[in-house]
Write a protein that binds this ligand. Structure first.
Ligand SMILES: [Ca+2]
Ligand SMILES: [Ca+2]
Ligand SMILES: [Ca+2]
Ligand SMILES: [Ca+2]
Length: 332
């Protein structure tokens, strides 16, 4: 090949690669899922909307997994066990229901939050990492309802994305439209710190793509675009361990939620103490109306504050087992 031909060849291959990468996951090759015809269980609803996770990766420390990936519910051995634990992919979910809406919450766990630089120099690392997503679905009479909002958590902020024009900004500005692959919102999880965004983000140096499935897979490498994750209910896993608080246990950093004690963080001790919040321990976007924990525990109140809904928006729960367990709601 001459120099010119070689350059042309290179340009064409790069263009082709860009095209393939650009279309990955949204081409016609992925058949649409048949719309459900009857009522869905809560797990089926969570699965119907389960996010497509585009995860930035620099190493297997960016793979999502289960909190007990190392076979125990001890928080402060997770940094140490990251190299030897099972990195099969799991996503935690929860479904809370009011008279008018479903609130679907998804949490992604990484054993380490780390930096490109060595942790000793960066000061930006910590043991355990739990970042989350909340979806708001209007009950419109169809089995799966209508997606209205996606919220994502990235470090100290919650980002609001709109899937339905009837929703407007509230305490939070709208960042843009929800990106979808079929009925699944697409989220972008940054490398190292694992903040989650609903708008397209450049992921570097590599990325893997996770989609919900029946098998918890480990990515085959740092560019695997076909990895499936399994859903695990927060209620039967993280929430069931909520009273295990203190050094050497699952959680730490107790706080007062409406007179009840809950742990705000997973127990951790590498490069800082107890740095990764629990789903019910986030303190972001609370303003003067909400308190730590409301985003997960009282999502209708949180979303009514974060955004403005044209449609009827009830704050009366038909299913909120967390507030029931805390004795703050009675079972309807
Ligand atoms: Ca552990
Ligand atoms: Ca540790
Ligand atoms: Ca993080
Ligand atoms: Ca601790």
């Amino acid at each position: 090949m001459t120099g010119t031909r070689r350059r042309l060849h290179l340009v064409l291959s790069l263009a082709l690669t860009a095209l393939i990468v650009g279309q990955a996951g949204c081409g016609p090759s992925r058949p649409a899922e048949p719309s459900p015809t009857g009522p869905l269980t809560r797990e089926e609803l969570a699965r119907w909307y389960a996010p497509v996770i585009r995860q930035g990766v620099a190493s297997d420390q960016d793979f999502i997994t289960a909190v007990d990936f190392d076979g125990d519910w001890i928080g402060n051995n997770n940094w140490e066990n990251q190299p030897i634990g099972d990195l099969a992919a799991y996503v935690y979910y929860s479904v809370v229901e009011t008279e008018t809406h479903w609130f679907l919450f998804y949490s992604l766990f990484h054993p380490r939050d780390y930096t490109a630089k060595p942790c000793e120099q960066s000061g930006g690392c910590h043991e355990n990492d739990l970042e989350s997503i909340q979806l708001v679905v209007a009950k419109d009479g169809t089995p799966a309802g209508r997606l209205q909002v996606v919220e994502t958590l990235a470090h100290s902020h919650i980002y609001l994305y709109r899937a339905d024009e009837s929703v407007d900004e509230g305490f939070l500005p709208i960042q843009g439209p929800v990106r979808l692959e079929g009925n699944h919102p697409v989220v972008y999880v940054e490398t190292y710190g694992h903040g989650i965004y609903g708008h397209r983000k450049l992921l570097f140096p590599f990325s893997v793509v996770y989609r919900v499935g029946d098998v918890a897979e480990v990515p085959e490498g740092l560019t695997d675009k076909e990895v499936t994750y399994r859903l695990l209910p927060i209620y039967e896993t993280l929430w069931a361990h909520r009273d295990e608080i203190g050094p050497g246990r699952a959680f730490d950093r107790p706080f007062d939620y409406r007179g009840r004690i809950l742990p705000a963080a997973l127990d951790g001790d590498n490069y800082g103490e107890d740095k990764a919040n629990t789903p019910w321990g986030y303190d972001q976007a609370t303003g003067d109306a909400l308190s730590r924990g409301d985003w997960f525990l009282d999502p209708a109140k949180a979303l009514a504050y974060h955004a403005t809904f044209d449609d009827p928006f009830s704050q009366t729960y038909l299913h909120n087992p967390y507030l029931v367990d805390l004795g703050l709601e009675v079972e309807p």
